[in-house]
Design a binder for this molecule. Structure first.
Ligand SMILES: Nc1ncnc2c1ncn2[C@@H]1O[C@H](COP(=O)(O)O)[C@@H](OP(=O)(O)O)[C@H]1O
Ligand SMILES: [Mg+2]
Ligand SMILES: [Mg+2]
Ligand SMILES: [Mg+2]
Length: 330
């Protein structure tokens, strides 16, 4: 019997592999003039637009009734002809039948769905960790399916992630695939053989390491320093961009991922956490916000009823949560 969401899983893998290839091709040729600064001052590259066009196009062809919550939109591209031409060329280098400029811009804008509690929709971060991508470090192509507010399928392409975090010379490129109640698997981009992964066994926070964003503006690193001290964690933090951090927790390379808000008014985006949270929970771990609340993906494009993120191997979650509360509420 075909497993639940088998079709979505397979199509998602195809889309994420193609988009990841596009990103890698761009990186090898990327010049600063192919980067824009968005209204919120964050960078976006031709690869973010191209990857969103590719994934949205493939998903829309396979599931025409499914709306998509995607990070990017085509507004800035429509005002910049040379950037737009580049995105068209890139997109057409990976899709099967060449698309017109209009089709590509429209595909990007399929990502404008508002999300919410009812029905099914996809959420896409075409490049999570754009800053890491620009530095040649970690980034991820993150696609998930949400049904009635619950994440059911997650596919995450991490082209630069070493298969063994302790050995930077190990093979790079990890594709993580999770379906609710079916576990989480890792494979390479080339070989479809999948290996089931699970979280670390650590019984105590001091037996493990924690990971956090490279960007001090995305997570308060002086708070995480205090939290680690309180938990007697001696290992240095693993600083890494993107949802690769969730992959690292799901694979058991580290036991804790902390994301402590730096501003009271920031709302985390659903595409930054949907896939990651399913991967960690399917690997046996736990994900909540800093108040211990489950992440609520039914609130629209953002996690407006949550603050920050704590992901752990599960066993040590309460200890970590208590330390976070002590540091933040004293
Ligand atoms: N002030 C802030 N606090 C938390 N996250 C933020 C933030 N400003 C931007 N981000 C998000 O942080 C993401 C990157 O996460 P990380 O820091 O873990 O690599 C960005 O995704 P994009 O790179 O897709 O824009 C962006 O959505
Ligand atoms: Mg962005
Ligand atoms: Mg992101
Ligand atoms: Mg992004």
């Amino acid at each position: 019997m075909l497993k639940l969401y088998a079709g979505e899983r397979a199509k998602g893998i195809e889309a994420v592999i193609k988009a990841s290839k596009l990103c890698q091709a761009v990186f090898n040729k990327l010049v600063k003039s192919q980067t824009l600064v968005k209204e919120d001052a964050s960078p976006v590259t031709v690869a973010d637009f191209g990857a969103q066009a590719v994934v949205n196009h493939i998903i829309h062809q396979a599931f025409p009734n499914d709306p998509i919550v995607g990070e990017e939109d085509s507004k800035d591209l429509r005002e910049n002809q040379s950037l737009c031409d580049k995105v068209v060329e890139l997109t057409n280098s990976v899709v099967e039948t060449p698309l017109s400029t209009k089709q590509i811009l429209d595909a990007i804008d399929l990502g404008n769905y508002k999300g919410g509690p009812q029905g099914r929709f996809w959420t896409l971060d075409p490049i999570d960790g754009t800053k890491g991508f620009l530095r040649g470090e970690q980034f991820a192509v993150c696609l998930s399916l949400i049904v009635n507010g619950e994440v059911k399928v997650a596919i995450q392409g991490c082209p630069n992630l070493p298969r063994n975090i302790n050995d930077p010379n190990s093979q790079r490129g990890s594709l993580m695939v999770a379906v609710k109640h079916q576990g989480v698997f890792e494979r390479s981009f080339e070989d479809s053989k999948e290996t089931r992964v699970k979280v670390a066994d650590a019984e105590s926070p001091s037996d493990t390491s924690f990971c956090e964003s490279v960007e001090a503006a995305h997570s308060n690193q002086s708070d995480t320093f205090k939290i680690a001290e309180l938990l007697n964690i001696k290992n240095k933090p693993i600083r890494m961009d993107s949802q690769c951090k969730y992959a690292v927790i799901a694979r058991g390379d580290a036991g804790i991922y902390l994301r402590i808000p730096t501003r009271a008014d920031y709302q985390e985006k659903i595409w930054d956490h949907a896939g990651g949270s399913l991967m960690v929970s399917e690997a046996g771990g736990k994900v909540t916000d800093i108040d211990g609340k489950e992440l609520d993906f039914s609130q629209g494009r953002t996690l407006k009823s949550n603050r920050g993120i704590i992901a752990t191997n599960g066993k040590i979650h309460d200890q970590v949560l208590n330390a976070v509360k002590q540091v933040l509420h004293k």
